[in-house]
Write a protein that binds this ligand. Structure first.
Ligand code: PMV
Length: 328
């Protein structure tokens, strides 16, 4: 069968997904809103081949085994059942996330896999169907089907839970400056973390209610290019998400002292008139929602506080691309 290659870019949530109303189908408790990033992406080639007795998955040049390869095979099983085939596949994936960036790549990985695997299996899915399929691999991947600002409407079941684009071409000054405080793999993965928090934090429902109440205000801030409103809501939403982790039983915490140094630096810079806000996911790195014009000043302050710290600037990026063959 013909090989197909897809490229998907990662995204960072401004309003987060943190918990599943239905863990099997990955139906979230919150509607989330994200920004797709240009600089970080995954390229994945898939070819189904009757000569194979099992799926063969190569990530960044290395053959995957154990849990990681099982996760890919389970996802391919969904594609196989949709296409009504049982053929095993060859999957080759390359993450173009600067190694030092320490960003999670599951969003771009499963969006690219959904695109390449579905086409290689002979399916012609709509973007909505691709978003629903990507969601089954990793919730945040549902949003990486589109570029720019994207909203994943939580829905109630597989049919109704998918992402839609809010603004695909972002023509105003907004960027994410990632501060790499630690590039080691995270100890508690997002799947386990969100499940534990949901089951044990007394503040979890309050976070869900607050997040869902922010959907329309965040849509408005994006439509009005209101950087300050957007940043304030995103930072509050991230901090509240992390507060549900520190109030879980037993508690856990992705943020380190270094993360807090950066979060407090953002607050200090705001007092000095620079509009900059922090957001953090299932790890200690802090992404600063900022304007290109302020990059030098932010980096200068960071160097004073943390002389050896690495930063990566990311700007709004495009949606999924799929091509025939092994090259994109
Ligand atoms: O898609 P997952 O299972 O890796 O979960 C992503 C969770 C967060 O990154 C913390 C938030 C989000 O909405 O992306």
């Amino acid at each position: 069968m013909q090989a197909y290659t897809a490229r998907a870019h990662t995204n960072i949530a401004l309003l987060k997904y943190w918990g599943k109303a239905n863990p099997q189908e990955i139906i979230p408790t919150t509607t989330s809103i994200s920004l797709t990033l240009d600089e970080f992406y995954t390229d994945t080639t898939v070819q189904f081949d009757t000569a194979l007795t099992e799926d063969q998955v190569i990530l960044n040049g290395e053959t995957l085994t154990g849990k990681s390869s099982e996760k890919v095979s389970k996802f391919l099983d969904i594609v196989r059942s949709m296409a009504n085939i049982s053929t095993r596949a060859y999957v080759k994936s390359t993450n173009h996330v600067p190694t030092a960036a320490g960003l999670a790549s599951s969003a771009s990985a499963f969006a690219a896999l959904a695109g390449a695997a579905s086409r290689a299996a002979g399916l012609e899915l709509s973007l909505e169907e691709l978003s629903r399929l990507a969601r089954r691999g990793s919730g945040s991947a549902s949003r990486s089907i589109y570029g720019g600002f994207v909203e994943w409407v939580r829905g109630v079941d597989d049919q109704t839970s998918f992402a839609t684009p809010l603004v695909e071409d972002v023509d105003w000054d907004i960027q994410l400056l990632t501060v790499v405080v630690n590039d080691q793999p995270k100890k508690i993965d997002s799947r386990g973390g969100m499940q534990h928090t949901m089951a044990t934090s007394p503040f979890y429902q309050a976070w869900v209610d607050n997040t869902n109440a922010l959907t329309v205000p965040m849509e408005n801030a994006i439509a009005n290019h209101d950087f300050t409103q957007l940043g304030q809501m995103a930072e509050a939403n991230a901090l509240q998400m992390h507060a549900t982790n520190t109030t879980a039983c037993p508690p856990f915490n992705y943020l380190t002292d270094a993360s807090w140094t950066v979060i407090q630096m953002a607050a200090q810079l705001r007092q000095e008139g620079i509009d900059v806000y922090a957001t953090m996911d299932a790890g200690p790195n802090v992404k600063l929602i900022s304007k290109a014009a302020d990059t030098d000043q932010i980096q200068a302050r960071l160097r004073q506080l943390m002389p050896d710290v690495t930063t990566v600037v990311a700007t709004p990026g495009p949606g999924l691309q799929i091509v025939e063959g092994e090259q994109i």
